[in-house]
Design a binder for this molecule. Structure first.
Ligand SMILES: [Zn+2]
Length: 511
């Protein structure tokens, strides 16, 4: 199987060469790539190899002044310096008067997420945390204060390979930038109070004559104390909330109390508190509490009790909790061998659950169908999920595997891309490596290197190992045997047996 794949790869290469043009830019070329393209791809692959597993240095503005001669300017800004002093402004990366500054050096390494900053037309600044995604978003990630108009999280739809890419991405978030900057211009700063002061404020509210105010203050205070690590204080606050004459306060107090009991390993008390919260019947808390109770009982291997709790959550008016509970119940039924009941439940959630629950149900339903031998049906279920707005990343990866096994390279690649863009970055190793390998097969070297870099960034030895092996193959293909050898050796050094075997075989062939 593996040997067949290798031969495939070579035949792809040969087809490209016969064409007489560079497969990347179309210029006349004797080899697969013209020499400028080859150099660019080599630089990219070498930088991915050089920085594998290392903390990469930020971009530096060489001309910025430092307050201390032996420290970089960004770490030792002179008095009165602007925020993000010492990080370079990107020349010509401008959209509607907003200019982009670079912190994470995406020009030196194939980065897919990073930090940056934006300068408004009046010279004021904001922070920007960006990532490559399949849809644009712009969300607040830090407060608007006197010295900067906030920190913002943005989803960029164009890969950040060049200044031109950066400018295109900057353009997509101009409406959000303008809105944020205008808020700052109007002086609408976000209040930033230290936790101790917030706690003090809630304590003052406890003196109120109004039971509503007191109840809310107890719940808020408990939450703040819990965040602050004062569990005893939090428990006291939640107990007071439970002693309130108001039903919702009693229920929420019990629910929050259960969380603290669980944290302390006091499962019996946690169970009792959750049952109490459920019995009060305050919507929409009932669904949440029942879902939690189900999970708690499942951990204690009380399957009948867990099922009953999930049923309560499914009947509650919290749609998300109901769908999550249905998923949990189906999973439990499946684990107990009642595949028919599980399938029925999954299908119901796929049709009518909340988007996230439907995504997980689609993933699990597909696995169930695949295990039963209905690969065709599994593929349809996953395909539908992958094409929906709220695609489930695991379902997309599973779909990619099926399509790849069927020889549908284009379909598999598309599915892997969806998976890489929806699964949290630390967990994208499997689809990223799978995509990189296919991209290499079809001659999309640049995207292959970027996928390998993403897999390396997960820090998981298995995925790093396969990505380094892939990089070695790419470097070899580009004619750089020394760096290819280095990549194989780095892969072997990670000590993952399957990787060592594959990389060892390639290493032998280069030597
Ligand atoms: Zn070219």
């Amino acid at each position: 199987m593996k040997e067949a794949r290798l031969m495939d790869r070579h035949s792809v290469q040969r087809d490209a060469m016969d064409d007489g043009t560079c497969t990347r830019c179309g210029a006349p070329s004797e080899g697969e790539h013209c020499s400028p393209c080859r150099e660019e791809l080599l630089t990219l692959a070498r930088s991915a190899l050089q920085w594998a597993g290392e903390k990469r240095p930020p971009a530096i503005d060489m001309s910025a002044e430092s307050a201390t001669p032996d420290m970089p300017s960004f770490a030792a800004p002179p008095a009165g310096a602007q925020p993000y002093h010492g990080f370079p402004l990107l020349e010509n990366v401008t959209a509607s008067g907003f200019r982009l500054g670079m912190i994470t050096n995406f020009l030196a390494f194939p980065e897919t997420r990073g930090d940056a900053y934006v300068i408004a037309p009046d010279g004021s600044r904001a922070g920007l945390v960006w990532e490559e995604t399949d849809r644009t978003y712009f969300e607040q990630a830090g407060p608007i204060s006197e010295d900067r108009w906030g920190v913002w999280a943005a989803g960029f739809v164009h890969p950040m390979r060049s200044k031109a890419d950066a400018r295109k991405n900057l353009e997509t978030i101009v409406p959000g930038l303008r809105d944020a900057w205008q808020r700052w211009v109007r002086g609408e700063y976000d209040e930033m109070l230290p936790t101790s002061e917030l706690i003090e404020r809630q304590r003052e509210l406890l003196e109120s004559e109004d039971p509503e105010v007191v109840a809310r203050a107890n719940l808020d205070l408990g939450e703040l104390l819990e965040e602050d690590g004062d569990t005893d204080g939090a428990m006291a606050a939640f107990s007071r909330a439970m002693a309130s004459p108001l039903q919702w306060s009693v229920a929420w107090g019990a629910y929050r109390m259960a969380g603290l009991y669980t944290m302390r390993g006091m499962t019996e008390q946690a169970e009792e508190a959750l049952r109490y919260a459920i019995a009060i019947g305050v919507s929409p808390l009932t669904g949440l509490a029942a879902l939690e109770l189900g999970a708690l009982l499942e951990r204690q291997e009380n399957s009948a009790g867990a099922k009953a709790a999930y049923q309560i959550a499914m009947g509650s008016d919290d749609g998300d909790a109901a769908a999550a509970a249905a998923n949990q119940l189906a999973f439990l039924l499946q684990a107990e061998g009642d595949a028919e009941a599980a399938e029925k439940l999954y299908r119901e959630i796929v049709e009518s659950g909340s988007p996230e629950a439907a995504g997980w149900a689609a993933y699990n339903l597909g696995l169930l169908l695949e295990r039963r031998g209905d690969a065709q049906e599994a593929r349809e279920v996953w395909q539908k999920s992958a094409e929906s707005e709220h695609a489930n990343g695991d379902a997309a990866y599973a779909l990619g595997r099926l399509l790849e096994a069927d020889g549908d390279t284009a379909g598999a690649l598309e599915a892997y891309r969806v998976a890489v863009n929806t699964i949290p970055a630390d967990d994208i190793g499997f689809p990223a490596v799978a995509a990189a390998s296919l991209l290499d097969d079809v001659g999309e070297i640049e995207e292959a290197v970027r996928m390998d870099a993403r897999a390396i960034d997960t820090g998981v030895p298995r995925h790093m190992g396969w990505a380094l092996t892939n990089l070695g193959r790419i470097l070899e293909r580009l004619g750089d045997h020394d760096d290819a050898e280095q990549a194989y050796r780095d892969a072997i050094a990670l000590g993952v047996p399957e990787v060592t075997e594959a990389a060892g075989r390639y290493l032998e062939r280069t030597a």
